[in-house]
Design a protein around this ligand. Sequence first.
Ligand SMILES: [Fe+2]
Length: 279
Amino acid sequence: MEIRPLKSFGIEVIGVDLSHTQDPEAVAYMHQLWADNGLLLFRNQRLEECEVIRFSRLFGELEIHVREEYLSPNHPELLIVSNVKKNGKPIGILSDHEVGWHHDQIYLPRPAVGSLLYSVKIPDSGGNTAFCDQAGAYEALPVSKKRELEGVRAVHSYEYFNRQWSEPTSEMQKKRTPDVTHPLVRTHPISGRQAIYADPGMTSGIEGMNKADGHAFLNELYDWCLQPQFLYEHKWRLGDAVMWDNASTMHRRGEFDPNAERIMKRTTILPPPQMAVPI
Ligand SMILES: [Fe+2]
């Protein structure tokens, strides 16, 4: 196994076939790399659905996503992200439009710590996924600003995200995902690094602040996070698997040609239960 740092942050792991990996030492090493660096890229993979699931499980239990209509028919641990339609019905979520900055599942009381996205079919251009290193952004803040963020809690809402970037949430899904609050600065459950834990897509405000003040406060933070030195934009190739850390990074996707087909498969990785609530 070799590793190569990506531009800005994240690591490409070379020489690993995810369909076979199980050596405990190699897994422990990748687990630490993932927690410390926010993102791991594995290229040239050829994976069956059960192999994506098996590899993801080496890093934690998997979440069954609330969007039941977009789960793989044979493997509910896999969420299909796609613009492809079969018999007039979409097979996956998030079609071909832009999807704004967000953390997967920040809107849950016990949010997932990671996601693995595997590319099965990709357009010739567009549909890139950009990642923002919010641990690096936090560490670079002046001490006075870090003090200002101490004890602040942000409000997160799946409906707020769906209104902006996805299909409307059903009544049942709304009931299953009421708004939650988490600390605005999250301590990583494995690495202990601190990161700004809010995003423009899913964070609807700051606890105890009115809407306008909350948004102004958050927008200033986002401007800081979205500086080029904290960003990595991934241009997908077939067979890429990217495993990112939802505790220390946020991500967005660019739009692509609606006539092109894109199929991605995602698992959602939970932290150990004793570390599940963000602190
Ligand atoms: Fe996402």
